[in-house]
Design a protein around this ligand. Structure first.
Ligand SMILES: [Zn+2]
Length: 80
């Protein structure tokens, strides 16, 4: 009985747990995990404002707005 209840709580934790997306700074290469919902939200705002449609955030190491998702980071580095 007790064991069954604990299992249910574990499942709830999994649902409530935030998903993170690995981001990397284009300037200094610092890696940081950013909550996925935050990236989605910023992407939506960017679209509404007709800005770049990719996520950009401030880097906590070099303080430049060059923190992008790993996916975007790789696409930029590949095209160079
Ligand atoms: Zn940086």
């Amino acid at each position: 009985m007790v064991k069954k209840q604990k299992q249910k709580f574990d499942e709830m934790d999994l649902i409530a747990k935030d998903e993170f997306t690995l981001c990397k700074c284009l300037n200094c290469g610092y890696e940081q995990e950013v909550p996925s919902w935050l990236i989605d939200e910023i992407n939506d705002i960017n679209k509404e404002c007709n800005l770049d449609d990719h996520f950009v955030d401030g880097c906590s190491r070099c303080n430049k707005d060059t923190m992008v998702t790993m996916k975007y980071y790789q696409s930029v580095k590949e095209h160079k």
